[in-house]
Write a protein of this length. Structure first.
Length: 246
């Protein structure tokens, strides 16, 4: 299925992909992106979004978001049970003796720690997954276009603009190629949805070829470890970088 293409009437350069399955997938780019990028840069951005769709990132991150929301809701319910059920537990503890009361107190403290840390750890994991999927989409774009410099140059051009895209909900912010809620587009912060733009650009420009193996080697040189799965690397053939478009 060919994804539907939408043009967003906004001067801020950005793009995103949506759709949990190929039949309903779509890629949207802003008017500002169309005006600011050349052919190779625009191809790099579109290929990045196609990479998200091919890698099922939109479906994956939707499921991850649902799991994160479920953990937060369950945590909130547990906290309410602790607060409203505290008096009854104290009365039963006073009747049951010191041994049972101490055991229940320990259990209560452990439960409170889990209730507080559970949503926090789940949120950190969600953002870490989001950052890794951005790197994988960059790798896919380099393979599809055979020109990593196109996406690298596009990311730099997008980062230099100061035009805000307008009101964007935090829930949909990770969908954009550059986070519209962060001035630099990403950071090393645990709660950042996108990796630093400088890191993404450096990895793309360190590629000696245009294959998944080339991207993995460039990523490993920058981060000390690979990011592409062994199965994909085993199936990846050599691919040279093409020349720039006229």
């Amino acid at each position: 299925y060919m994804p539907k293409i939408y043009l967003v009437d906004n001067d801020s350069p950005n793009a995103f992909a949506i759709g949990r399955k190929p039949e309903t997938s779509a890629v949207a780019v802003t008017r500002g992106l169309m005006y600011r990028l050349n052919r190779d840069e625009l191809q790099g951005v579109i290929a990045h979004e196609i990479g998200h769709l091919k890698n099922l990132d939109t479906k994956f991150m939707t499921l991850a978001g649902v799991m994160l929301g479920s953990i937060i809701v369950l945590s909130d319910m547990a906290m309410r049970m602790f607060f409203y059920g505290g008096r009854g537990s104290k009365r039963s503890n006073s009747r049951g003796g010191d041994g049972g009361g101490q055991a229940q107190l320990v259990f209560l403290l452990v439960a409170i720690v889990l209730v507080i840390l559970g949503p926090l750890l789940a949120r950190i994991l969600y953002f870490a997954l989001s950052r890794s999927r951005e790197y994988l989409a960059d790798a896919s774009a380099a393979v599809y276009t055979r020109y990593p410099e196109g996406l690298a140059s596009a990311l730099q051009r997008i980062a230099k603009t100061s035009k805000p895209i307008g009101e964007v909900n935090r829930t949909v912010a990770p969908m954009f190629i550059v986070n519209p809620l962060q001035a630099s587009g990403g950071s090393d912060n645990l709660f950042s949805t996108h990796p630093p733009l400088a890191d993404r650009v450096n990895v793309l420009r360190a590629m000696g070829g245009a294959s998944f193996r080339d991207y993995n080697n460039a990523y490993k040189g920058a981060k000390g470890e690979g990011i592409i799965g062994e199965r994909t690397l085993g199936e990846a053939g050599a691919q040279s970088i093409r020349s720039a478009s006229n």
